[in-house]
Design a protein. Structure first.
Length: 355
């Protein structure tokens, strides 16, 4: 496993495409390969080209709604041939964590899909649905995973059980799931309902906890893996915790402005607009005497206290963002000004407010 520059003060450059440099990509799915039932444009072709360049693909999703088999079928349907053995879901991890502590046959209230219940059953535990009555037989644990069918009765049953002393396990805490219409409520939003109602905290088993990435690395015998995701607080932090290089793609929930304010564990190694970034060289970001530079773009350090970073130059806005990340990560400043018209245009295209 590579342990080069992690959580650094700038993105890394690479003269060779990541698909040639890393033997395995650990890919997040929602917001990276697909958005709901729709493929991210170009994802299948980009991944096919990455495989052609020698990269193997593993899939690591915090979404507990579907079984590895269902995920593999969806990937294959979208043009990314995948085997269920290369898919790890947070439902599997949650069920494993439950079984490590609970006796066989223990009752577990499942607030989530049939796929999550199936994982619980496979581990020798007894999944049960929300009881109609508050006097129903007690459960040893509550497991909560994303399902578009979760309703008030499910959440109320979870609250009763958790307040009654059941162990509360959440498959993941992502507040949102990406969709073609923008972010929509994710498991974390439903977890918040139970937290707000009970005042208690769940054990969270999915990313950024390192066990899913670690299991995928182990299954794939990866020597030099690259984690690819669309979320800083799960995918990228998860990569930092297992000591892997990572790449953020902008096809899901992370916006360029979020990158500027990322704390060290949330800072990726590489940045890409989409999975096509596996296939090209990444430009260096250089430290200059009074700022930073990436290709034709430069970012100047503030001259006076209270000033922001100043962007100038021309070219691909993504390279401007690379230079800005270095400035923001080193100084802690996220206010950005435009020193010329192309910079102003680039900041608008990146959706970064001009300070
Ligand atoms: Mg995602």
């Amino acid at each position: 496993m590579s342990t080069g520059s992690l959580s650094g003060s700038a993105l890394l450059g690479s003269a060779r495409p990541p698909a040639q440099l890393y033997d395995v990509a650990l890919l997040d799915l929602d917001g990276v390969v697909y958005l709901g039932s729709t493929a991210v444009p170009g994802a299948a072709a980009h991944l096919a080209a990455a495989v052609g360049a020698g990269m193997r693909l593993g899939f690591v999703t915090n979404n507990a709604a579907r079984s590895p088999q269902q995920v593999a079928e969806q990937l294959t349907r979208l043009g990314v041939p995948a085997d269920a053995s290369l898919v790890i879901t947070s439902a599997q991890t949650a069920a494993r964590v439950l079984a490590e502590r609970l006796p066989p046959g223990a009752r577990v209230l499942v607030v989530g899909t049939e796929a999550l219940a199936g994982e619980v059953r496979q581990r020798g535990l007894l999944p049960v649905g929300p009881p109609a009555e508050s006097t129903a037989e007690p459960v040893a644990a509550v497991v909560q995973g994303y399902s578009p069918d979760t309703g008030w009765r499910d959440l109320a049953a979870a609250c009763r059980a958790v307040r009654g002393g059941a162990w509360w396990v959440a498959s993941n805490a992502d507040p949102t799931v990406p969709s073609v219409d923008g972010p929509l409520p994710g498991n974390g939003a439903f977890v918040d309902v139970v937290r707000a109602t009970t005042g208690l905290e769940p054990s969270v088993t999915g990313k950024p906890e390192p066990s899913m990435h670690a299991e995928c690395l182990d299954r794939m015998k990866a020597r030099r893996p690259l984690v690819v995701g669309d979320r800083l607080d799960t995918d990228i932090e998860g990569a930092s915790r297992v000591g892997c290089h990572s790449m953020i793609v902008l096809t899901g929930v992370t916006r360029p402005v979020d990158l500027l304010g990322a704390p060290p564990p949330h800072r990726p190694t590489y940045l890409g607009a989409d999975l096509g970034a596996l296939l090209y060289a990444h430009p260096e970001v250089r430290r200059l005497p009074a700022g930073w530079n990436c290709l034709q773009w430069s970012v100047a350090e503030p001259r006076h206290t209270g000033d922001g970073l100043a962007l100038a130059g021309s070219g691909d806005p993504l390279d401007a963002l690379r230079a800005l990340c270095a400035g923001a990560w080193e100084t802690g400043l996220t206010a950005v000004g435009a020193a010329d018209a192309p910079a102003e245009q680039a900041l608008r295209r990146l959706g970064i407010p001009i300070g």
